[in-house]
Design a protein around this ligand. Structure first.
Ligand code: FAD
Length: 444
């Protein structure tokens, strides 16, 4: 029996622990410093907006851990000594391990802006950030959110739900413009304005102004505009949370450098989740993946290796989903902000401007590369199969009815989409009737 110590009780660490327990009798200890128990970070906004209580976003009851012989320690790891295989904790204790899993997540970026440490300036990552936002929004009338990304738009929605006026500063010409193509981003721009948030495009932060008492009074943009506010949300991306490892022998670049088995340069030390940085990209994906479901897959995969069934990370085609106020977004495969060489695309948008589809394929082979959908829900498994099997764009388009899993009483737009697709691309596509979707999946 070995002692497995996991630093970080987020989705990656906890999934690893659960699966190690399923597959072995090893001793398991999770050390984490944010909250005593695992919670769903992605649902923090719903706690703030009053849709859920904090206890509702804890996926497991508090008794789960003891029952499953997973020991928890609420403490901060200050140092890792890989020679003695020991950890030094903030409480003064030290802990030994046979195998160590680093799953310490991310922290919000700061870029050294003047005033970035004033009261009222904050990111949104941790439970403590949520508490701080709760405090900061008690008296705030207006907020400026810096950065056009998924956490920024969540913060905007949270502020607006409390009647706080929001201005978003976005460097690109459209919201999330380093990820979304222009037309997709324009749809989101319009939607943000409909929700009465002000959107400053092509705008970067220059400095944050002090009110004379150490609190935020305003921001000044690179364009020279001064915007009064009492809260500044810094949502300009996140960085792996690995500073505490700097003195150790573990190789750090932006994150903990690992191979496809999550092995670091030191034997018996692994990293998973947001803090892991792959030496080689897996399936064309980014070297650092800061999304929930990949943390879960990494935890599950590493547990296999730890339990003697060595397994490489193989997450399959990229997908992601998010929400921009009330527009749901899903993406499967790769739809880049700018078309890549040799790619063609087709964009359809409903006249009401809240539903859209953007599909990309290889212009010479017609092989389907990726799709963005807004306000339409698609079946993940089907797109996964199409991407893995290099399906042609014609096959994907012809089966849109089956790919859509919106309930029957929702409006469906496949006819309009196909009509425009055929007009624009001159491709021969006949929309097929909806079929039992599992029929389209091999081995289902
Ligand atoms: C507001 C918000 C919304 C999001 N929404 C989505 C979404 O809709 N979809 C999606 O896919 N992703 C979303 N994400 C990203 C997703 O939540 C993360 O990718 C995921 O939670 C990372 O999991 P993790 O287990 O790697 O790390 P984390 O969840 O960050 O857990 C790591 C834990 O380790 C602790 N820790 C760090 N260092 C130490 C140390 N030295 N000692 C002890 N403990 C330590 C940290 O305090 C933290 O509790 C969102 C993130 C945020 C902040």
């Amino acid at each position: 029996m070995e002692k497995i110590v996991i630093i970080g009780n987020g989705i990656a660490g906890v999934t690893a622990a659960r699966h190690i327990r399923k597959n072995s009798d090893n001793e398991i200890l999770i050390i984490s410093a944010e909250t005593e128990h695992f919670f769903s970070r992605t649902a923090l906004m719903y706690v703030f907006m009053g849709h859920m209580r904090f206890q509702d976003i804890k996926p497991y009851e508090d008794w789960f851990w003891e029952k499953n012989r997973i020991d928890l320690k609420f403490d901060y790891v200050e140092r890792v000594d890989t020679d003695t295989k020991s950890l030094q904790l903030k409480s003064g204790q030290s802990v030994n391990y046979d195998k160590l899993i680093i799953a310490t997540g991310s922290k919000p970026n700061k870029f050294g802006w003047p005033g970035e440490n004033l009261n009222g300036v904050q990111g949104l990552y941790s439970y403590q950030d949520l508490e701080m936002l709760e405090e900061n929004s008690k008296t705030a009338k207006s907020a400026v959110i810096v950065g056009g990304g998924l956490i920024g738009i969540e913060m905007a929605e949270m502020m607006i739900s409390r009647g706080i006026e929001v201005t978003l500063l976005v460097r690109e010409s459209v919201f999330w413009g380093n990820v979304l193509p222009q037309k997709d981003g324009e749809l989101i721009n319009r939607h943000i304005k409909e929700h009465h948030a002000k959107l400053r495009l092509h705008t970067e932060l220059k400095e944050i102004v002090d009110d004379g008492n150490g609190n935020v009074a305003a921001v000044i943009t690179q364009n020279g505009e001064k915007i009064d506010c009492q809260i500044v949300g810094l949502t300009v991306g996140v960085t792996p949370n690995v500073n505490f490892l700097k003195e150790s022998n573990i190789q750090i670049d932006r994150g903990v450098v690992v191979n496809e088995y999550f092995e670091s340069n030191i034997q018996d030390v692994y990293a998973i989740g947001d803090c892991a940085q792959f030496t080689k990209s897996v399936n064309g994906r980014r070297n650092i993946e800061q999304v929930w479901y990949t943390g879960r897959i990494m935890g599950e995969t590493l547990a296999q290796t730890i339990c003697g069934n060595k397994m490489a990370y193989n997450p399959g085609p990229w997908f992601n989903s998010a929400k921009f106020f009330d527009i749901e977004y899903q993406t499967y495969g790769w739809v880049f902000a700018k078309l890549q060489e040799g790619e063609k695309d087709f964009y359809w948008e409903h006249p009401k401007g809240k539903i859209a589809l953007h599909i990309v394929w290889d212009s010479s082979t017609s092989v389907f590369k990726g799709i963005n959908v807004f306000g339409i829900r698609m079946r993940h498994q089907l797109f996964d199969q199409w991407l893995k099997g290099q399906a042609k764009v014609e096959e994907v388009m012809a089966n849109l009815k089956t790919a859509n899993f919106d309930p029957e009483f929702y409006s469906h737009y496949e006819k309009d989409i196909i009509q425009k697709f055929v007009e624009e691309t001159h491709k021969n596509v006949d929309l097929k009737p909806k079929t039992w979707w599992r029929k389209l999946i091999t081995n289902a």
